[in-house]
Design a protein around this ligand. Structure first.
Ligand code: NAP
Ligand code: COA
Length: 270
């Protein structure tokens, strides 16, 4: 069967690629013929992700590192480059989250999330630059709706992911001349993920969230992975500096969706 996307022989590095959405992204590239390198903190998660990618037929390697540690990130990228050669695709998706009001958050709690999400993304991109294919590489940052929507209990994530998207846009400008495209994906609420489990831990909450999405369902990790494939493919060759929602229209809701729901109760006048 002909593949919709063909990344045969291309080298893909996914920071935070050992579970959830980022692992689904790694699996999508593996299924499309790519060579995969994944990185995260837990040796067990790294080993099992590499095994899953190999089952899909990919050449896959893994690195145990914390994105907050620049030297460890740089070493992993250097070793992956020594094994594979230049990266065609670099994904930065490692993140942390917990719900807490700002007043209940210690400075170290705020710092932990900003250091993983924002500084970690800077580390991955800063260290990865040397090993990117120039021209031709595609860098994809995984952002979140909190980057755009001020969200109670999420001061740390809002600040960090807004920074990630600004980094995306600045580096799109700085690296465009080298033929490197830099884009962000903003996933909406994604089923069966750690992120959803932390923010909407009971089924009733997840149902309510699903109903608030214009498509009336939660997204799947594969929905997000599909956008990563598109962004890295020649079809997106002129897409640079984009901050792209994959959220069933969730980012459009608010007053507009409220009116949409209320319209059932509005009697025509006149
Ligand atoms: P997840 O399964 O917890 O994925 C996070 C990944 O990052 C894991 O592989 C984790 O592995 C790794 N990681 C965490 N801290 C790290 C660190 N300090 N250094 C290196 N790796 C680290 O969560 P997810 O829900 O799928 O989220 C994935 C991405 O999507 C995140 O960027 C998140 O902000 C974004 N997102 C998620 C949703 C959602 O609905 N779930 C919505 C919008 C955006 P280790 O534990 O082994 O380190
Ligand atoms: N409420 C308030 N503060 C919290 C908290 C919570 N639920 N969970 C952690 N913190 C605080 C800790 O108390 C600590 O601050 P302190 O030193 O002042 O006490 C700080 O955050 C760091 O916690 P620690 O457990 O040492 O951090 P870590 O670096 O091991 O882990 C986290 C980082 C906290 C983000 C952790 O939840 C994590 O590793 N998450 C990754 C998975 C994830 O969140 N996936 C979803 C992605 S959307």
């Amino acid at each position: 069967m002909q593949k919709t996307f063909d990344f045969t022989g291309q080298n893909v590095f996914v920071a935070g690629g050992t579970s959830g959405i980022n692992l689904a992204i790694a699996e999508a590239f593996a299924g499309a013929g790519g060579n995969l390198a994944v990185l995260s903190r837990s040796p067990g998660k790294v080993t099992s992700a590499v095994e899953r990618l190999q089952v899909l037929g990919a050449t896959a390697i893994g690195f145990t590192a914390d994105v907050r540690d620049y030297d460890a990130v740089e070493r992993s990228l250097r070793d992956a480059h020594a094994e594979f050669g230049e990266f065609d695709v670099l994904v930065s998706g490692a993140a942390g989250n917990f719900p807490a009001a700002a007043i209940d958050m210690s400075p170290n709690g705020f710092k932990a999330v900003v250091d993983i999400d924002l500084l970690g993304t800077f580390h991955v991109l800063r260290a990865g630059y040397e090993f990117l294919k120039k021209p031709g590489a595609s860098v994809i940052n995984i952002s979140a709706p909190q980057a755009k929507v001020p969200t109670p209990l999420q001061a740390h994530v809002c600040a960090a992911k807004a920074g990630v998207d600004m980094l995306t846009q600045v580096l799109a400008l700085e690296w465009g001349g080298q033929g490197i495209r830099v884009n962000s994906i903003i996933p909406g609420p994604i089923e069966n993920t750690e992120g959803m489990a932390r923010l909407a831990p009971v089924p009733e909450m997840q149902k309510a969230v699903a109903q608030s999405v214009p498509l009336r369902r939660l997204g799947s990790a594969r929905d997000v992975a599909g956008m990563a494939l598109i962004l890295a493919s020649p079809s997106a060759a002129y897409v640079n500096g984009g901050v792209i929602p994959v959220d069933g229209g969730w980012s459009l809701t608010g007053f507009g969706d409220l009116m949409n729901r209320l319209s059932a109760h509005v009697k025509p006048t006149g």
